[in-house]
Write a protein that binds this ligand. Structure first.
Ligand code: LLP
Length: 405
């Protein structure tokens, strides 16, 4: 089993105090992950931008700001949340993808860094701002990487970034509109365990760097793999740091300016800090399996159904019970299997089951499907529990609706 950073007792107390389902985040675990990164890259000019799409609760943003992190955003609203959390604009990067130009204009007016991912928006940007506002370019390096196709973004059929084979068009636009290119960005996927993939990306960029005379940074995106079960592979951050250091040392920047290296980790910073605690509604023995239905579903944690992701499940209420096989499912009106034929300590109706690795893309991808409430969120910091989002109430379901009949 993975070692959980919060004890069964703490998680049980939270479930008793705030009810279930409830998301729980552990501030010190996030701090530990952040420290791992900064320690590994100490001595290199590396900046960490938390990819806040993983989890945008304002307290998580503030926590990461206090830790010294910068922030990477994937929508203008994330940019506004980051600014609301107190990040100064120069600590915010908006890595856009297929967005309306008006959002880029808004980001420009807010003074944040912007990575543009299409020739079309780049040309509009150049025509409007010329050399007055530095901008980054999101490139598609044509590298296949990531845990599965749904989360692979750098390959040659991916919608993300400007394909490197269109470099001549790109250079023409830059020249014609006198753009000020401050950075080159790539993000090849999520759950990349192989450090070589990052180095491959850097090698692709080394070919292009000499073409950009005003570069200040290379942004290598996020995608570090985290462990989901004991013994699971994860990205070896120390090895990565060493390889990145070597790569840049062997290719001094031909423009004569030392390049900063940026990373945008989401999962690495928050996945393992998060838990979803649920309660068992119903036990159902069938010919196929012994079902455990919890008071949740893919409306709260969609990763197992959407990406076949594995989340360790622990029975908080019966940790010494005899181990048996169960299939853990949700209570919504579709097949929403969290785990099939999973060994758990004997489960009884009313028990609390906790899902690990629920910090990244858990609450953030939740919905009100079946008109069920989104869970509450609790932050554990310095051993103290803080409610950081109340559970939905019935009125929330009607909140934005306009009754015309
Ligand atoms: N930077 C960019 C431009 C990205 O698109 C992403 C993630 C990241 C950074 C952060 O990647 P991370 O370090 O978290 O792997 N919902 C999926 C993951 C989708 C990731 C989308 N982009 C999941 O739950 O596995």
């Amino acid at each position: 089993m993975l070692n959980l950073s919060l004890s069964n007792q703490q998680l049980t107390n939270i479930a008793n105090q705030y009810g279930t389902p409830v998301y729980v985040y552990h501030a010190e675990k996030i701090a530990e992950q952040y420290k791992n990164l900064t320690t590994a890259f100490a001595g290199q000019d590396v900046k960490i931008f938390y990819a806040c799409k993983a989890l945008t609760n304002i307290n998580i943003l503030k926590h990461l700001k206090q830790l010294g992190s910068n922030v990477d955003c994937s929508s203008i609203n994330e940019v506004k949340l980051a600014l609301h959390a107190g990040f100064p604009p120069d600590r915010v990067v908006y890595t856009s993808n297929g967005i309306a130009f008006s959002e880029i204009e808004e980001a420009q007016s807010l003074g944040v860094h912007i990575n543009i991912d299409s020739l079309s928006n780049l040309e509009k940007f150049g025509k409007k701002y010329g050399h007055t506002y530095p901008v980054g370019i999101r490139l598609r390096p044509n590298i296949m990487a990531g845990g599965n196709l749904k989360i692979s973004t750098g390959h040659d059929k991916s919608k993300f970034g400007i394909p490197i084979d269109q470099i001549n068009d790109l250079l023409r636009i830059i020249e014609e509109t006198d753009l000020f290119i401050e950075g080159l960005h790539i993000h090849t996927g999520s759950e990349i365990k192989d450090v070589e993939v990052f180095i491959q990306g850097i090698e692709v960029l080394f070919e292009l760097i000499p073409l950009f005379k005003e570069l200040a940074f290379i942004d290598l995106g996020g995608g570090f793999k985290v462990p989901y079960r004991k013994g699971d592979h994860q990205t070896d951050i120390t090895h990565l740091a060493q390889k990145v250091g070597e790569a840049f040392a062997n290719h001094p920047n031909p423009n004569g300016r030392p390049l900063q290296v940026w990373f945008e980790p989401g999962k690495y910073l928050v996945s393992g800090s998060g838990y979803l605690i649920t309660q068992v509604n119903v036990m159902k023995q069938t010919n196929a399996t012994h079902f455990v239905s919890v008071n949740s579903g893919f409306n709260h944690l969609i990763r197992p159904m959407f990406y076949d992701s594995y989340h360790q499940i622990t029975n908080l209420s019966n940790p010494e019970g005899e181990e048996k096989h169960y299939s853990v499912v949700g209570n919504i009106c579709e097949t929403d299997t969290f785990a099939w034929d999973r060994k758990l300590h004997e489960v009884r109706e009313g028990d609390y089951l906790v899902f690990a690795n629920a910090g990244a893309y858990g609450f953030e991808m939740s919905s009100n499907f079946n008109s069920r409430f989104k869970p509450a969120e609790v932050l554990v910091k310095d051993e103290t529990f803080h409610l950081i989002r109340r559970r939905d109430k019935f009125e929330d379901l009607l909140n934005n609706q306009i009754e015309v009949l």
